[in-house]
Design a protein around this ligand. Structure first.
Ligand code: G3H
Ligand code: 13P
Ligand code: ZN
Length: 317
């Protein structure tokens, strides 16, 4: 069942965070649904502009609708990740997305407010929820590579004004994480102080943490042992998610970790079985391994086991 992130956030706020997982293909979709059903978790499926263009946005839509039939008990939101004005309006028009992110965080405050307001107006007219971003994460975002020196953390006072002026439903905050596999070059730091201050100024307002892959070191080792070159990759400590959830983080974005699972599985299969050329062999292993990854991640987020409660909250059996 596709629901708005608003409903999911109402249930989760202050208690746990929802995993927001990026998908690009059928194997990721199957693994994702399987993992969330196995761990009894509500979740958010996210589609980036790159994912929409990879095969075809309609193909992704069709596969997700089919997954909904295969897993009738699943409760999830369909979310556009890092949209611009054009892709937000297109996703809103499609009637398929229950949530969109407008990312105008590379603009100055005034322009960011003005672009975000346009999306909020169009989305709310169709009861679709809007995530916006203030502050800028480092690392590689779609279409933009943000140098660490240009990244800047969210200013809590500005966040309060931004929320009031735009009417957005949730806010992606830059709190020290970054996109991709190489997050913390020095010592790791999620800026809990900033979360605390935002929560004080905007109580009960759902916050979003991007760049939250944990880059499991055993995964990196296995990839490198099978011919990969991922030196120095480092991620977010997943044991900090519950602390962030208490401070208002309701959505935790994860993409890179899923790519690592895919890379490890395929590299190992082709290293160990050089005679293999049937894509279904590694595909099957990937779906099972990705589902396992999701189960463990949901335990860390606190979303595991919440599905029956969320269904009840939504008035469903
Ligand atoms: O934040 C960016 C996400 O990881 C999406 O990545 O644009 O390569 O699909 P992508
Ligand atoms: P990671 O690169 O840490 O997986 O972050 C993904 C993300 O923020 C998607 O919006
Ligand atoms: Zn992101």
């Amino acid at each position: 069942m596709i629901v708005s992130t608003k409903k999911l956030f109402q249930h989760a706020y202050g208690k746990y965070a929802l995993g927001a997982y990026n998908i690009n293909n059928a194997e990721q979709i199957m693994g994702l649904f399987r993992g969330n059903i196995d761990s009894q978790a509500p979740f958010i499926i996210q589609i980036s502009r790159g994912a929409r263009a990879y095969t075809d946005k309609l193909l992704l839509e069709g596969m997700i609708k089919s997954a909904e039939q295969i897993f009738p008990k699943a409760v999830f939101a369909v979310h556009l990740d890092h949209g611009d004005l054009e892709s937000c309006l297109d996703s809103i028009k499609s009637g398929f997305y229950s949530s969109v992110m407008i990312d105008a965080s590379d603009q100055d405050f005034k322009n960011n407010v003005s672009i975000t307001k346009k999306v909020v107006k169009a989305a709310h007219a169709k009861k679709i929820t809007v995530e916006a971003e203030l502050g800028q994460l480092g690392g590689v975002e779609e279409h933009i590579a943000v140098d660490e020196k240009d990244a800047h953390l969210t200013d809590p006072e500005e966040a309060k004004d931004f929320i009031n002026q735009t009417g957005c439903d949730s806010l992606a905050c830059a709190i020290g994480t970054s996109h991709g596999a190489y997050k913390f070059s020095g010592s790791q730091a999620i800026h809990f102080d900033i979360l605390k201050r935002i929560q004080k100024l905007a109580p009960k307002f759902p916050l979003v943490m991007h760049g939250s892959s944990s880059i499991p070191q055993d995964e990196v080792k296995r990839i490198n042992a099978a011919g990969g070159k991922l030196g120095g990759a480092k991620g977010v400590d997943e044991n900090q998610f519950k602390k962030a959830a208490k401070l208002g983080v309701t959505k935790v974005n994860i993409d890179t970790d899923g790519r690592l699972v895919w890379t490890r599985v395929h590299r190992e299969v082709f290293r160990d079985q050089p005679e293999v050329f049937d894509l279904r062999g590694p595909g099957k292993i990937f779906m099972a391994e990705y589902a396992k990854y999701i189960v463990n991640k949901n335990k860390k987020l606190g979303s595991a086991g919440q599905l029956p409660k969320v269904r009840k909250f939504l008035g469903k059996k």
